[in-house]
Write a protein that binds this ligand. Structure first.
Ligand SMILES: Cc1cc2nc3c(=O)[nH]c(=O)nc-3n(C[C@H](O)[C@H](O)[C@H](O)COP(=O)(O)OP(=O)(O)OC[C@H]3O[C@@H](n4cnc5c(N)ncnc54)[C@H](O)[C@@H]3O)c2cc1C
Length: 405
């Protein structure tokens, strides 16, 4: 037999071997489980292997920032325990297992429990909380809430009437401020910007949100940042602010944002920028490796406009999971994102927003009380904002915006 015939035979048997391997998913968050659920609607036979650092219990992460007012502990937020997810989807779940690297050449993942081959690999490993450089002997006592475990720890630190400082007046900071203040805690919010959610909202809407939360007792420290956090023995935390002020609080919650987890993908050779770069088919630069969720930087063509960007929200995941399931079952399908409103869970002033792509030139214009449209400089409406009772207009506004695009 000629050498090339032997090589062909070897490579055919290797390919046959690879296609018999399971689809492997890294991560048991919304992205990982949604990808599996959608895949199972199309394929009930192919083995699927999921790795997660966590227990694999299914819960709605957005509930973490409004669970206190509902008096829910971490266990009560679990909507489907891991074992039930396993029995309904037929996946093999390796809990408390860290994936440490990906060998793209042999199509294997290296984990804390050994090496495992994959036919196709889905990176659904999410994002991690950004840690700000802060001085002081208690700087590492700040807590971020991005998992059930974090929430459980955070809840454990709270006591009746506790003083909580929230760093960051973005979406998650504002939601926690509302939840904590309406649950009887004394809440301070600090942010270097001049208003809450200022990068998303028109200024007067930001001011309305600020006063609605102040109405619940939230104390604002805007245009300032945390300089140091220290503690003397069992006393309260002493926080000094860049503006010179100092505060005594019991808990510091950091809500300054999340950073896509790119390390695993990048060290395995996948291209990454602000997230793992994928094309419209959610394929990374590595063969047979896909990504979706908070770790992903979606291609601009899948967004229709603007540059590639991360979309760390629920709706993009649901849409991406549907397209990915088709692709994984041999029907390459580009993801298509519809109008995806973000619901901001601040009952003091409920908000629903569809923001234009970052950097879109244009301006917010008030349509009527509680309704705003974002008019781009090219004369098209590229976003809307609904406030308070006007959030009931959500379906109408989605229709209007979808027709305009
Ligand atoms: C407090 C809060 C409130 C929110 N509210 C809203 C909201 O109202 N609306 C909205 O649309 N979005 C909201 N979001 C965002 C939304 O929840 C996220 O976009 C979504 O849950 C992200 O899911 P994910 O699966 O991509 O990531 P994650 O949930 O972070 O899951 C990542 C998974 O990967 C695992 N993992 C990571 N690295 C490894 C490794 N090396 N080996 C093994 N496993 C690994 C982790 O253990 C985890 O299971 C909120 C987020 C937070 C934190």
């Amino acid at each position: 037999m000629s050498q090339s015939a032997t090589e062909n035979q070897q490579s055919n048997s290797q390919n046959a071997d690879i296609s018999a391997r399971p689809v492997v998913i890294i991560g048991s968050g919304l992205a990982g489980w949604s990808a599996i659920k959608e895949f199972r609607k199309l394929d009930t036979q192919t083995p699927v292997l999921m790795f997660t650092r966590e227990s694999g219990d299914f819960y709605a992460k957005p509930a973490l920032s409004n669970a206190l007012a509902q008096k829910k502990d971490a266990d009560q937020l679990i909507t489907t325990p891991a074992q039930k997810m396993v029995s309904t989807t037929g996946v093999t779940l390796l809990q408390n297992t860290e994936v440490t690297s990906i060998d793209a050449a042999t199509q294997e993942v290296v984990t804390s429990k050994g090496r495992f081959g994959y036919s196709q690999l889905v990176l659904a490993n999410g994002a991690s909380a950004i840690k700000l450089p802060i001085s002081g002997n208690a700087a590492n006592e700040t807590i971020s809430v991005n998992s059930l475990k974090d929430y459980s720890r955070f809840r454990g630190l709270l006591f009746e009437g506790a003083r909580v400082l929230i760093m960051g007046a973005g979406l998650i900071g504002c939601e926690f401020a509302n939840d904590l203040a309406s649950s009887g805690y004394r809440v301070h919010v600090i942010d270097p910007n001049q208003g809450p959610l200022i990068s998303l909202l028109p200024q007067s809407a930001s001011e309305e949100l600020r006063s609605a939360l102040a109405g619940l007792g939230v104390m604002w420290h805007l245009g300032s940042s945390v300089h140091s956090i220290s503690r003397e023995e069992q006393a309260a935390l002493n926080v000094t602010l860049s503006a010179g002020e100092s505060l005594r609080v019991d808990v510091v919650l950091s809500a300054v944002g999340l950073k896509a987890d790119c390390e695993l993908a990048a060290k395995s050779g996948a291209q990454c920028e602000r997230g793992i770069l994928v094309n419209a088919y959610l394929q990374t630069s590595l063969p047979n490796v896909y990504a979706l969720g908070d770790n992903t930087q979606y291609a601009s063509e899948s967004l229709g406009v603007g540059a590639a960007r991360t979309l760390p929200y629920v709706m993009p995941i649901m849409n991406a999971a549907k397209a990915l399931a088709q692709t994984l079952t041999g029907h390459p399908t580009p993801v298509s994102f519809p109008v995806m409103p973000i619901v901001i869970k601040t009952p003091a002033l409920p908000l629903i927003i569809v923001a234009p792509a970052p950097g879109t030139p244009g301006e917010w214009r008030s349509v009527e009380a509680g309704i705003w449209n974002f008019w781009a400089d090219d004369g098209e409406v590229k976003g809307f904002l609904l406030m308070g009772a006007q959030t009931a207009q959500r379906s109408n506004q989605i229709k209007l915006l979808s027709n305009a695009q």
